[in-house]
Ligand binder design. Structure first.
Ligand code: GLN
Length: 220
């Protein structure tokens, strides 16, 4: 089972290292061919407008959407979350609109450009997650199919999940936090080797998310 880390720009090395430390085969993804046999994908933090351009330029958009639509797990951190959002408030058109949330880039404000916080993330257990925020997006709206996995004290969501798509406004990989990647690897293993009767790619009608239904058809 292989996990691909989109390696066009930003903090991809940290994700590759972390996954490898967990014993997962992790490969950098720059071209569609790099997604061959990949069962899960990480979209790292960095600069979402640059990554967005490079995703288009290297033809990664449709293959990434296809993989997610088939049910492969996708994990986006910070800029990666922006790329996965269905709506970017006052911003670019969405790129991989798999997550029914609206995000606003760099919206925590100047004094909060970067900050760290211990968060409760019940799906990951009792131990809090040490979250590092760097010019992070704010999630302004969460759709009905989206589960909020963690919130700041003021109630704003900062980690979300919609079926096979997980996103955090912060960087777990910069704080030695491994549980999100562990979850991703577990989901990727289940996707790679589904149980009886649930063969991978045998269910073209199985949809990853509502957003992916129109994805890949060139409608956006
Ligand atoms: N501010 C960046 C953006 O809007 C995201 C920052 C990050 O990924 N740490 O693309």
């Amino acid at each position: 089972m292989k996990i691909g880390v989109v390696a066009l720009q930003g903090a991809f090395i940290e994700h590759l290292d972390l996954l490898r430390r967990l014993g997962v085969e992790a490969v950098p993804v720059r071209l569609p061919a790099d997604l061959q046999d990949v069962s899960g994908v990480v979209l790292p933090g960095g600069e979402s407008t640059t990554m967005r351009k490079l995703i288009h330029r290297w033809g990664l958009r449709d293959p990434l959407l296809d993989l997610a639509t088939q049910g492969a797990p996708v994990f986006g951190t910070c800029a990666g979350m922006i790329l996965l959002s269905r709506e970017i408030v006052d911003g670019d058109e969405p790129v991989l609109p798999l997550l029914d949330v609206a995000v606003k880039r760099n919206a925590f404000g100047r004094q909060l450009d970067s900050f760290e916080e211990d968060l409760e993330v019940p799906v990951l257990g009792d131990q809090p997650v040490h979250a590092v925020f760097i010019r992070a997006p704010v999630i302004e709206r969460v759709g009905p199919e989206v589960d909020v996995l963690a919130r700041l004290d003021d109630g704003r969501p900062v980690a979300v999940r919609q079926r096979n798509v997980i996103a955090t406004a912060f960087h777990p990989e910069l704080a030695g936090e491994t549980r999100f990647h562990h979850l991703l690897a577990t989901m990727a293993a289940a996707f790679a080797e589904p149980g009886e009767g649930a063969g991978r790619r045998r269910h073209p009608t199985r949809r990853a998310t509502g957003g992916a239904e129109t994805a890949g058809t060139g409608e956006r």
